[in-house]
Design a protein around this ligand. Structure first.
Ligand code: AMP
Length: 272
């Protein structure tokens, strides 16, 4: 039986918890993380908290989709143990919640385009960790830079939480599932699938022997052929998010782009 809760009490904390934080407008990507969480056989706790502090743009915050009733139904259908719906005043009581600045990786890519975003993310994740006290937490690889910075925070603060990573869940056209997809028209959703097609094309060109620069150029051209407004398309070393060098073992191609003024992010691994 799923319990909907607004606060955390001793009862909930009696036993190890696998925590799956979300901002709601639950979709199959979130549900795939729930499935992963359930495999731990721990109690699963999904939080839904639209964290104002990670939005650097008021309009974006106001437009963010909210679907609480449907979210509860979807999570109950997965039989999660707890759905945690905290009030803002519970998450941020007074001045006592420490603000967590990201390490320098927090200022590139998403961090460069959305100043303060990762500080907001780390602050809420750290606060939720402190409330929920999970032994495990599941995060999606869709937010690759966020995942990197959360793992970095765990190391920096020596938190005893095991992070489990969930693969990117996509719709049948390849568009990465996102709560923001709810803001797109049907046509825009089809068009947005070109983002992933472009990522795959860049990888193909690299595998055919083209340089990173040439391959990225091809990707940019492909994106520009569609009604997609590119923010960035960049390759990083997955280990440190620096530009790759000859010692790099795992690479990632990351992008952010706007379709109908909705910001979408995606990424793909590059095998080398
Ligand atoms: P959000 O509600 O967007 O803050 O996302 C909550 C969690 O779900 C984060 O760990 C995200 O990385 C993850 N997530 C979002 N979209 C997807 C997706 N398409 N596939 C897998 N995980 C996802």
């Amino acid at each position: 039986m799923t319990k909907v809760i607004n606060t955390i009490n001793e009862d909930i904390l009696s036993g190890n918890i696998c925590f799956i934080p979300t901002m709601g407008a639950i979709h199959e990507g979130h549900l795939s993380l729930v499935d992963i969480g359930k495999e731990t056989n721990l109690k699963t706790l999904v939080s839904i908290f639209l964290n104002r502090r990670q939005f650097n743009n008021d309009e974006d915050f106001k437009n963010y989709p909210i679907e609480i009733e449907q979210d509860i139904e979807l999570l109950e259908s997965k039989d999660v143990d707890f759905i945690f719906l905290p009030q803002e005043s519970y998450v941020y009581p007074g001045e006592g919640v420490p603000s967590i600045a990201p390490s320098k990786v927090g200022s590139i890519l998403e961090g460069a385009s959305r100043p303060g975003h990762f500080e907001g993310v780390l602050t809420v994740v750290n606060r939720l960790f402190d409330l929920v006290k999970p032994s495990h937490a599941v995060f999606g690889k869709k937010d690759a830079q966020q995942l990197f910075l959360i793992k970095d925070m765990i190391n920096r603060f020596d938190l005893n939480i095991e992070i489990i990573e969930g693969d990117i869940f996509r719709d049948k056209n390849g568009l990465a599932m996102s709560s923001r997809n709810n803001l797109l028209s049907q046509n825009a959703k089809l068009n947005a699938a070109n983002i992933f097609k472009s990522l795959k094309n860049v990888v193909k060109e690299i595998n055919l022997g083209k340089s990173f620069e040439e391959s990225i150029e091809i990707g940019i051209n492909l994106i520009n052929q569609n009604e997609i407004d590119l923010d960035y398309l960049e390759i990083v070393d997955e280990e440190n998010f620096n530009y790759p060098n000859k010692y790099s073992k795992k690479l990632k191609l990351l992008t952010a782009a706007y379709v109908e003024n909705v910001r979408l992010i995606d990424n793909i691994d590059i095998e080398i």
